[in-house]
Design a protein around this ligand. Sequence first.
Ligand code: DQA
Length: 143
Amino acid sequence: MKTVYVLNGPNLNLLGTREPATYGSQTLADIEASLRQQAAAMGVEVVFRQSNMEGELVTWIQEAGEAGAPVILNAGAYTHTSIALHDAIRGAKADVVEVHLSNTHAREDFRHHSFISPVARGVILGFGARSYALALHALFPSQ
Ligand code: DQA
């Protein structure tokens, strides 16, 4: 069975109550449940994780790279700061789709730069929780 890693960075555990006007009212558990349902229908297994710690995300990216499994990555604020995540994706040759709930380019200047984008296969942002589903369909187009 094909596997996809869905990795979520800092503060995404607060979804549902965190700035709902920007991030929507769905919790991360809601997003996980809906993604698992769609992936199951496509015959894809989901490894779904969240961490507030940069190093843990680095380890999981390396794990996905070693497993040869693609990654849907919402790195949260680490998107804009983390050379460590950039290097992990490069070093592990991880196949990453960068996702964001919000359209980061329509927000503050400090959210306009991503250390993930140059090492990602593609980027999907601004579609709320649907950004994750769009990434899943982008990775497994014929399933
Ligand atoms: C985010 C956008 C980031 O700028 C922010 O720090 C987040 C969430 C998004 O999904 O829209 O934590 O990644």
